[in-house]
Design a binder for this molecule. Structure first.
Ligand SMILES: NC(=O)c1ccc[n+]([C@@H]2O[C@H](COP(=O)([O-])OP(=O)(O)OC[C@H]3O[C@@H](n4cnc5c(N)ncnc54)[C@H](O)[C@@H]3O)[C@@H](O)[C@H]2O)c1
Length: 291
């Protein structure tokens, strides 16, 4: 989908960066996925929001009623390749076209590595890692069609507030995938080996996709959140008998972020302002991974 600026040549509006865009958001029933859905719709994008939880997904759509962008919903399980392809086909039907995919659905738990069962491992890998790959694989043909060939030189000409489209600025976001990794995908965390494996995998998957399509206009980036106040973190419990010295770097004085802080980062990466960002893992962790 090429965002046309013909009616909007003189105003790059930072509050309406996604008018004319279509976005798919997974994990939209809660937390970061819900905030991302609402933020896109607030800025004019039409959104296809998906989650495995029909009830919370419906709540998200209700919260977004009346926003400038429409929110369509569909229940899908990202751990199933077939379900991911169905989700993308349904999104294309609902939106007509889309130029943004946000892979946000995920689960997390902590356990001693020796106690992790095959079922636990497979579920974590299926949702957090395979889900990102299958959704991306399903969406790629359409995203590449939208990307339409080699990177445009106008990528270097970033939108300037106040100047809008004048002077040939490209104010349309180039098509992109935005994934959610984690601080746990950047540094090792005790008692969460499967989770770290998936989030480290998402970080490298992001860079590998970026490399594979580097000669096109498609961009693939990720946000790596620190602690975010969502149902995931509220229900996250370390086993009772852990060595707290080992997990100190993940605890402490940085507090929890509001999920809107992550949505802001997702929208930035998807926006025209980030048209030169590809393969970036953007840490939004109040400095946790700084050292
Ligand atoms: N909350 C944090 O502190 C934190 C930190 C770093 C990274 N993350 C990552 O952010 C992402 C979003 O997490 P959140 O904190 O918003 O959690 P959340 O629990 O609030 O939301 C996750 C959503 O994913 C959905 N989901 C789970 N399994 C699914 C499946 N098989 N198919 C489709 N949807 C499914 C859930 O129903 C839920 O609505 C996750 O990938 C998580 O790993 C979260």
């Amino acid at each position: 989908m090429t965002q046309t600026n013909s009616s909007n040549q003189n105003s790059y509006d930072r509050n309406r960066r996604f008018v004319g865009c279509g976005a798919i958001v997974t994990g939209a029933g809660s937390g970061i996925g819900r905030e991302t859905t609402l933020a896109f719709a607030q800025e004019g994008a039409n959104v296809y929001s998906t989650d495995i939880n029909a009830e919370t997904l419906a709540e998200t759509a209700e919260m977004g009623a009346g926003l400038p962008g429409a929110i369509h919903t569909g229940v899908h399980d990202v751990s199933s390749r077939a379900s991911c392809f169905e989700a993308v086909a349904a999104a294309q039907d609902a939106l007509g076209s889309f130029n943004i995919l946000c892979n946000i659905a995920g689960i997390s738990w902590a356990e001693h590595a020796v106690n992790v069962t095959e079922e636990m491992w497979d579920k974590m890998i299926g949702i957090n890692l395979s889900g990102v790959f299958w959704m991306s694989q399903a969406a790629l043909p359409h995203l590449l069609e939208q990307a339409g060939g080699a990177p445009d030189e106008s990528r270097d000409e970033l939108p300037e507030l106040g100047s809008g489209g004048q002077g040939g600025f490209d104010i349309a976001p180039s098509p992109s995938i935005v994934n959610i990794s984690s601080t746990a995908g950047i540094m090792g965390q005790a008692y969460t080996v499967p989770y770290c494996a998936t989030k480290g995998g998402v970080a490298l998957m992001t860079k590998s996709f970026a490399m594979e399509f580097a000669k096109t206009n498609l961009r693939v980036n990720a946000v790596a959140p620190g602690g975010v106040d969502t149902s995931l973190s509220q229900n996250f419990h370390m086993p009772a008998d852990v060595d707290f010295e080992l997990i100190q770097r993940f605890m402490g004085f940085r507090g929890m972020s509001h999920p809107r802080a992550m949505a802001n980062a997702v929208l930035f990466l998807a926006s025209a302002e980030a048209n030169r960002l590809n393969g970036t893992i953007l840490s939004v962790d109040a400095g946790m991974t700084a050292g």
